[in-house]
Write a protein that binds this ligand. Sequence first.
Ligand SMILES: C[S@@+](CC[C@H](N)C(=O)[O-])C[C@H]1O[C@@H](n2cnc3c(N)ncnc32)[C@H](O)[C@@H]1O
Length: 233
Amino acid sequence: MNVRPWRNFYGRRKGKGLRPTQQRHLAEILPRLRLPGVALDENPDRKTIDPVALAHGARAVWLEIGFGGGEHLHAMAKAHPDVRFLGCEPFVNGVAMLLGKIATDDPGNVRIHPGDVRDLVEVLATGTLGRVYLLYPDPWPKARHHKRRFASSGTLAELARVMAPGAELRLATDIPDYAEHAVAAAAEAGCFEPVVTGAPAWHAAWPGWPGTRYETKALREGRVPHYLVWRRR
Ligand SMILES: C[S@@+](CC[C@H](N)C(=O)[O-])C[C@H]1O[C@@H](n2cnc3c(N)ncnc32)[C@H](O)[C@@H]1O
């Protein structure tokens, strides 16, 4: 994993040991699906990557940030074969879980950046993403850690740059305070128009929603999902 020395990252990059099959998937499948030109050593001059040009005729390019075990990404890629999906996940065990799904059932339209999405956004061409999913971002519940939350006005503004006008940003969270925090951050970013950002509408799952692993756990523990949507102006 190629780490930017100037960027704080508070999540996990590695968990428990990988099984031999997972190690094989990382060695054999990931190089084929990895987005080229994001790693610093591959692209030291930070040349722009146009994901639409790389997607060879897909009708749109959608990004999922922090795909965890890849349940949503894999299901959506299968449900939308005409869309190219970019998935970012710095946690190598999560990447290995997605690769396990692809090894048995490859939808053929997934590309992966196994790292921090901010490194990808930095090099993506302006206005190229048709939709962005941010599903159950790390909650950082303590007030002194709120500045670590992904949904900050600065990060959302950077994301907005690479989104096409009219593209949707979809965010799911089980933390009511995170939902409020994201609404304020998106308003401050100044480039998003709210589509669904208040109760009761934000408790309705999006059509075709396959769920995520984190959501299953949250539901089991009695927490309530919020599904927020903004449109890029
Ligand atoms: C709470 S988990 C949710 C995982 C998955 N979306 C789900 O719902 O099951 C948050 C995920 O975001 C990832 N993450 C955190 N910071 C990230 C970043 N800067 N870029 C990409 N992914 C990130 C974490 O590694 C973790 O897998």
